[in-house]
Structure formats: C-alpha cells, structure tokens
Design a protein around this ligand. Structure first.
Ligand SMILES: Cc1ncc(COP(=O)(O)O)c(C=O)c1O
Length: 477
C-alpha cells in the first residue's frame, strides 16, 4: 500500500479556503524558511486512504481480542457520546473555575466513585497511564517516608510475576528493586517475603489478581508483613476488572494504588492513548498528591492543591475526556453492573480455560480470575510448534493473538483474557478455532511455522520494529 505522501500530486487538495485578504501580522519571530511538505490529495482519495488503512488493522470492533495482562474491552458508545458534548470537548484548561463547574463536578464525582470502588480516601486524575500512575504512587511513598525523616528505606519489593512496568517505575523513582520468586503455584512466597523485608523496605508492589490470573489468598498476611516492617503497600490496579465491586484494595491492606481507566473503565486503549492512570491513596498519603484536587463547597466546586504536593506529574488536569468516559461507564453500570461485569469477566475466562486446558496445558490449574495462562512448553519440545506459531495461526481465523511470552515465569506462555462482553457463542467459536489450530499443529507441525498465510503482514521482525522503528517518511519532513 502506498503512503499518503506517495499519493500526493501538486495542486490537488481538499481545502476550499479563499485566499487570505488581510495582512499577515505575525510578530517578528523565527519562521520556517521552506514550505511545509504536506501531501496534496483530494478529499475522496483521502477518505479511501484512511479507510484502507483502518481495514488493515484489527481492533476490538473487528473480532475477538483476547490480550491478557491489559484488559482490552468493548467501550460502550455512550461513553464517546458523553465525552463529545461541547461543554466537555471544548473546554479550555485555563478557563476560570466559575465557568467550568460542570467539569469540576465530573472530577469530583469520578474521584468519589473511584475511591468507593477501591477503598481509598483520595485520588488524583493527573497521571496519563498505568506506568505513569505507578511512578506517581511510588513518589507518594517516597514523600511519606521522607516526611518522617526515614531516609534508609531504599528498597522496593516486587514479586517475579509483576508486570514489567513495576520494576521499571521503581527504578525511575530511585528505588533498588528486590525481586522475590513466586511459589510454584504462582503466589507470593510468604517465607521469601519475610526474609526480604527489613528496615530498608520502602514498600511492596503487587498486582492482585496477579499476572498469572490468580487471586492471592494470603493477601492480608502479605500486606501485614510489609506494614509490620514499616513499608507501604502499592497495588497495581491494572487487573481490577476481575474484582471491581467485589473486593477493594483498600480493604486488603494497600496504601496506594493506580487504576487503568483506559482498560478497566472501558475507555479506548491502544494506538498510543490517550490514557488515564489515576492514583488513589489512604488518608496518610493524601497531603502529597500531585496536581489539582477538587473540593465540594456547598453547591460549588473549587480547585485546590495538596499541602505537601509532590508537584505536577502532567499538565493541567490529566486526560480529562478519558475521565468523562470512565465516569459515564461507572454511572451507567452502577454498583451492581460493575460487579456483574467483573463476575462475567471471571466466568468467561474460566469457561475458556476449562475448554482448552486438556489440549493446551495450564501451568496453574485452579480457578482463574479474569485471565488465564497456557504453556506450550511441551508442544514446543515434542513437535517444535511454539506459542508464537499458535498465536500467528489464530490470525488466519480473524482472532487477534493473545499476549505471548508473558508472564516471564511461564515458558512458551499464551495469556488469554476474553473479557466480560464476549457472548457464549463467540467463546464457543473461539474455542473451536483453538482446537482446529491444535489439530493442524499435531498433523503438520512444519506448516505452523509459515502461519499466518492469509494476513497482509505475515511475520514481521518484531524486535527490529520495536528497537529500530522507522517513524519518519523520507527526509526533512
Ligand atoms: C498489570 C499491569 N500493570 C501496569 C500496566 C501498565 O499500564 P499502561 O500500559 O497504561 O502504562 C499494565 C499494562 O500495560 C498491566 O497489565
């Protein structure tokens, strides 16, 4: 397919603006010396170009999209409709407070709802994504210890089942990461945790349910061990989809959390954002929160800043329209609806796991939460077919591949999260496709290395694409 620049033809354009008939009054500032090279293309061609591009991508509106670890779920269209209301869409970040009372109310309501869902006392909407939230939450933990003159707490304990962003965020926040191995069953090893904590422990970062899709039943003991050692507990809330409306991190002993609104709370995710990773905390961390807080004073809403704020972690209010979408989702589902969504997410994952585990072994063979992990280690050893081969073969059936090779503690891993909005019929179809792919692998393992055969792009060099992306077309643009 040609790039839009290759379709450009001088003088052809979509603009019908008249010539400028007023004098230019740009101040005397450095100006571009050469014309900006923009593609010149008719509206008709432009529409076709982007439609063709869209057809080459596979999204949640095209078919099953079972990416584990990061919930990728259906985003109800009402969220978009509400976020597109002019009063939200056209608001300027520097507008005076009295003129944006409705927006401040949204902020306030979102904060209260998310606090109620998570069991936290306060929340900031400023962080722009999950990993950004992690970094922010860790800065709160740091500010807390420093405010008490406790400077020796330099270590952050992170189980080996954690999402890769956890150790990265801890390192960025200036902590030394202490990795602890999980038990063979996939849980936090309590003995190892007891050995790891000490006077230098700043905290623990944990996802529960964890990244192998299991709820750690020792959670109260885990958070107590850390608290008894003087550390704080950080909850990575990216997996909240499994437990929202059922259990609350605040009741499990966590002091600070982040949420991924762009996943759990059904705002579109992927393609580079925008996202939103609000950070919630218990009362003892509230004074350090970044950005703007909104207070309800009588019938009005007022912006304020926390007294010992760590500062801004992003400009203005964060990604406000993502917050509007998330609040729409929360209010349209209500307390019972959120709980039902979590229950269905867990039911769908268990349904698929039970139907697949006889042919694709499950390393942690117990009731899972919203996602489950398969290991193709035996298949790779016995017939040379890898997790990558199976994932690529699924493309030929119109299924987006599940997460591959994660979590790292499982060899030849495929991690599947069907989410709550897939119907029983879709799940049955997908299970049948997984079975067909398995049969082909058993019958003709060699053919699997060529898959997919129908996709437009077959086996790109993914490492090169990630490490050496070509982000500019030609030169000088
Ligand atoms: C468990 C977990 N934690 C953190 C993150 C990071 O979130 P984000 O991609 O929004 O930075 C993700 C998803 O990538 C995740 O699945």
């Amino acid at each position: 397919m040609k790039l839009i620049f290759e379709k450009s033809y001088p003088g052809r354009g979509s603009s019908v603006l008249p010539e400028c008939d007023v004098p230019e009054c740009l101040p005397d500032v450095p100006k571009r010396g050469i014309a900006l090279e923009l593609p010149e293309i008719s509206e008709n061609e432009l529409g076709r170009h982007y439609t063709a591009l869209a057809k080459r991508a596979h999204g949640v509106n095209d078919g099953f999209y079972p990416l584990g670890s990061c919930t990728m779920k259906h985003n109800p269209k009402i969220n978009e409709a509400v976020a597109a209301l002019p009063g939200f869409k056209n608001v300027h970040p520097l507008a005076p407070q009295h003129s944006i009372q409705g927006c401040l109310e949204v902020y306030h309501k979102a904060e209260k709802s998310l606090c109620a869902i998570t069991g936290m006392d306060a929340m900031t909407m400023q962080p722009a994504a999950g990993a950004h939230g992690e970094f922010t939450g860790l800065l709160l933990i740091k500010a807390y210890h420093e405010s008490r003159g406790d400077k020796k707490r330099t270590k952050m304990i992170i189980p080996d089942s954690a999402h890769g962003t956890n150790p990265a965020s801890a390192t960025m926040a200036g902590y030394q990461v202490v990795n602890i191995e999980s038990t063979p069953e996939g849980y936090v090893d309590l003995d190892k945790l007891r050995q790891a904590v000490g006077e230098d422990t700043a905290g623990l970062m944990l996802t529960n349910p964890n990244t192998v899709g299991l709820f750690d039943k020792n959670i109260l003991e885990i958070t107590k061990i850390v608290h008894d050692a003087g550390g704080l507990n950080y909850y990575d809330g990216a997996n909240l989809n499994a437990v929202m409306g059922i259990v609350r991190p605040g009741d499990m002993g966590f002091d600070v959390i982040h949420l991924n609104l762009h996943k759990t709370f059904s705002t579109p995710h992927g393609g580079g954002g925008p996202g939103s990773g609000p950070v919630g905390c218990k009362a003892h961390l509230k004074e350090f929160l970044p950005g703007i807080c909104v207070n309800e004073i009588g019938t009005a809403y007022e912006m304020c800043r926390a007294p010992h704020t760590i500062g801004n972690v992003r400009s203005f209010y964060g990604n406000f329209l993502v917050v509007v979408k998330a609040l729409t989702y929360i209010l349209s589902l209500g307390r019972e609806g959120l709980r039902e969504a979590a229950c269905n997410a867990v039911l769908n994952a268990n349904y698929m796991m039970e139907n697949l585990k006889d042919i694709y072994p499950c390393p942690f063979d117990e009731t899972c939460m919203h996602e489950f992990v398969l290991s193709l280690e035996d298949m790779k050893r016995d017939i040379g077919v890898s997790a990558m081969d199976i994932a690529k073969a699924l493309l030929d059936y119109g299924i987006h591949p599940p997460t591959m090779y994660f979590p790292l503690i499982v060899h030849e891993a495929l991690m599947i999260e069907p989410t709550e909005t897939e119907s029983r019929e879709t799940l049955d179809e997908v299970i049948e496709i997984f079975c067909k792919v398995y049969e082909q692998a058993a019958k003709d393992p060699e053919s699997m290395h060529q898959m997919p055969v129908k996709a437009q792009i077959r086996r790109p060099d993914e490492v090169r694409a990630a490490r050496k992306p070509v982000l500019r077309y030609g030169g000088g643009l």
